[in-house]
Design a protein around this ligand. Sequence first.
Ligand code: V47
Length: 382
Amino acid sequence: MRPIIPDDLRDIEEKVNLGQRLSAEDGMRLYETPDLNAVGYLANIARERLCGNVAWYVRNQHINYTNVCNKLCRFCSFYVKPKDERGYVLSPEDIQKRVLEYIDLPISEIHMVAGINPKLPYSYYLDIVRAVKDMRPDVAVKAFTAIEWVQIARIAKKPLKDVMTELKAAGVSSIPGGGAEVFSDRVQEDLFWTKADSEEWLDVARTAHEVGLPTNATMLYGHIENPQERIDHLVRLRELQDETGGFLTYIPLSFHPERTELEHLSGPTGIADLREIAVGRLMLDNFYHIKTFWIMNTIEISQVALWYGADDIDGTIQEYEITRRSYSETRQVLTRKQLVERVIEAGRDPVERDNLYNILSTDREIVEETPIGIPGEIPVIS
Ligand code: V47
C-alpha cells in the first residue's frame, strides 16, 4: 500500500511534526507534488495542533457601497468606470436601509468594501461607518481594503495613520484582506498596474497593526500567476506577521474569470483550491486562522477544505456582489442552520465567532430562522 506521505516529502513531514518553519523551497515542493492528499494531511496536522476540531463561522453581511472604480483591474467583473451609467453610490441612508433588511438577525459583522470612486470625499467614509454603527451599535464593522485606505488617506490629505485612527473612532474595528492580489511586479503590470503595489499593501497592513486594527490577508490565485510568485507572496505575509502579529486570518481567493477580461482562462479547479488552502496553512505557521471563503470555493469544496488546513468557513453572507454578478445572478446564502449542518456533516465542531474570533455560540441544534435576506436591488444614484 502507498504510504500517506511519499518518501520525497518525508523531510517536510518531519518539520511539520516538530512545528518547524518550512522554507520557500519546501513550499515549492508542496505545489509541485502530484500528491495533494499528502499536502492536505500535513496541513491538517498543523491545523489540528492549533485549532483542534473547531470550524469557525460568522453571521455577516456584505455591503459594497459603490461599484465605481478607476483602477481598471483586469480580473474584476464588479466595477464600472467613473461616468458609466450603471455606476451607483450608496448614501449613508441607503446603507442604513441595507442594514435594516437584516436587523432582526443577530449579525455580528458587516463587511464593507467597494471600488475606488474618486468623487467620494473623506467625510463620506466617516459617514457610512457611523451610519452602520448608529443603526446597529453592536455590530463590528470590517471595512475598506488596503487600496481603499490609500485612497481615503489621499482624499483626506492626511497621513494614513491619522485616517485609520479617525475611522477606528468612528466604528471600524478590523480590516478585510482584499486588494493584495499577488505580490508580483510582473502580475501587477499586466493585471492591476494602477493599484498599490506589494510594498504599499504591506505598509497599509503594518500601519493598521500599529494603530490597533487587526487585518486579514488574501491572495488571488488561479489566473496568470505562477507557484513561485504565490510562495513569495506567502513568505512576505509571514515576514510581516513575524514583525507585527496583527494578521487575523489568511484567505486564498479562487479566481472567477466569468465576465472579466480574463474570461478565456478556466480558473482554478477544486483540487487547486484545496492545495491553496493547504499550502497557506503550512507556510503561514504564524497565522492562527485560514479561511475557506465558501462563496468562491463552493460549500462542497469548503467542507473538504476543513480537513486540508482551513479552520474558518466565513459566514452566512447575505449578498456577495464582487463575483456574484459574474457567474450567477442568484443570492448566495446559507442560513445559519444550513451552514452549521454542513460543518457537522464534515466532522468538525461549528463555533460561531465575531470578527475578532470571540466565541458567540457552540450550538449544534439550530432552529431555522426566517429565510435570510431579501434580494436587494442595487440602486442607481447619481
Ligand atoms: O481584492 C476580485 C478579489 C477581493 C475577483 O477579509 C476576485 O474576510 C475572484 O478580499 N474572482 C475582495 N476574486 C474580497 C476580499 C475578501 C473576501 C472575503 C473575505 C475577506 C476577509 C476578504 O476579491 C479583491 C480581489 O482579490 N476578486 N475579482 C474575481 N473575478
